[in-house]
Write a protein that binds this ligand. Structure first.
Ligand code: ATP
Ligand code: MG
Length: 245
C-alpha cells in the first residue's frame, strides 16, 4: 500500500502539487488523470523517489526513504524524459533493471530474457533500442521496469503515441502482468476511453485533488468542467453572450 499524506511539491519555490493525500491499495490498477501541467508526473516522480517534497509517503507501512533503501519501484518515465539515442540492445536495457541483484553475467541475461518474454519482445533481444518503433521501445522499458521485481509499477503516460489497437493490447498486457507478478500499478493517462474498463480506482488531480464520487469511475460533466475547464460549447455560448452585450 502506498500512502501519500499531505504531499506538496515545489519547483523553485512554486507549488506544482499541493496537499495531496491518497492511498493506493495493493494489487490494483490505479489511474491518475488530470490536465496538462496538473501535476501527474510530479506526483509519480515524488512517489518513485526522484523529487524532494513536503508531507509524508509510506509504503507498506515503512517510511518512504527507508523503503527505497531496500526496495525499488518500477518506473516507466513519460516520453520526452526517456533517452534513446545510444546503441544499446533490448536485452542490455532490461539488464539495467537488475542492478540490485547479485547475479553473474549469464544469470543476469537469463533473468532479463524472462522479462522480455513476458512482454513478448524476446525475439528482439539483440535489436538496438534506437532502431525500434515507439511501441516496441515502450515494451522494452516496461520489461526493464518489471525486471526490478518491485511490487509497485509506476507508468507515466505509457500509451502516448501508440495506436489504438496497440493500446488495447497494451492494457490487456498490463492486466496480465499485474496478475502474474501481483503488482500494484499506478498509471498516469489522458485516456478517458479506457477508464471504465481497466481502472480499479481513479485519482484526478489539477494541482490539488479534484474530488469525485469514488464509486463512479467516470467523471460527471460538472467534474470534467472543474478539471479541464468549461467545455467548448459552454465557451462558445459564453462568447456569443459577450458579443451581444
Ligand atoms: N522540472 C521542473 N521545473 C520547474 N517546473 C516544473 C518542472 N516539472 C514540472 N514543472 C511544473 O509543474 C507543474 C506540473 O507539471 P507536471 O509535469 O507534473 O504535470 P503533468 O500533469 O504531468 O502534465 P502532462 O499531462 O503535460 O504530462 C507544471 O506547472 C509544470 O510547468
Ligand atoms: Mg506528465
Amino acid at each position: 500500500m502506498v500512502k501519500v499524506d499531505d504531499l506538496t511539491v515545489r519547483y523553485d519555490g512554486r507549488i506544482a502539487i499541493s496537499k495531496i493525500s491518497v492511498t493506493f491499495d495493493d494489487g490494483k490498477f490505479h489511474f491518475v488523470m488530470g490536465p496538462n501541467g496538473g501535476g501527474k508526473t510530479t506526483l509519480v516522480r515524488a512517489i518513485v523517489g526522484f523529487l524532494p517534497y513536503e508531507g509524508k509517503i509510506e509504503i507498506d507501512g515503512v517510511e518512504h526513504s527507508k523503503y527505497l533503501k531496500k526496495n525499488s519501484i518500477g518506473y516507466l518515465a513519460q516520453r520526452g524524459f526517456q533517452f534513446f539515442s545510444f546503441p544499446m540492445t533490448a536485452i542490455e536495457v532490461v539488464e539495467m533493471g537488475r542492478y540490485r541483484f547479485k547475479e553473474n553475467i549469464s544469470e543476469r541475461r537469463r533473468s532479463a530474457m524472462r522479462f522480455l518474454k513476458a512482454l513478448e519482445m524476446d525475439e528482439f533481444w539483440n535489436k538496438r533500442i534506437d532502431e525500434m518503433s515507439g511501441g516496441q521501445q515502450q515494451r522494452v522499458l516496461m520489461a526493464r521496469a518489471l525486471a526490478t521485481e518491485s511490487k509497485i509499477l509506476v507508468l507515466d503516460e505509457p500509451l502516448t503515441g501508440i495506436d489504438s489497437k496497440a493500446q488495447s493490447l497494451f492494457y490487456d498486457m498490463i492486466e496480465r502482468i499485474k496478475e502474474k507478478f501481483q503488482l500494484t500499478v499506478i498509471m498516469t493517462t489522458h485516456d478517458v476511453g479506457f477508464v471504465s474498463k481497466y481502472a480499479d480506482d481513479v485519482l484526478y488531480i489539477n494541482k490539488e485533488i479534484v474530488p469525485h464520487d469514488k464509486a463512479e469511475k467516470v467523471l460527471s460533466d460538472a467534474e470534467i468542467e472543474l478539471l479541464y475547464g468549461p467545455k467548448m460549447e459552454i465557451a462558445d455560448r459564453h462568447l456569443t453572450k459577450n458579443e451581444n452585450v
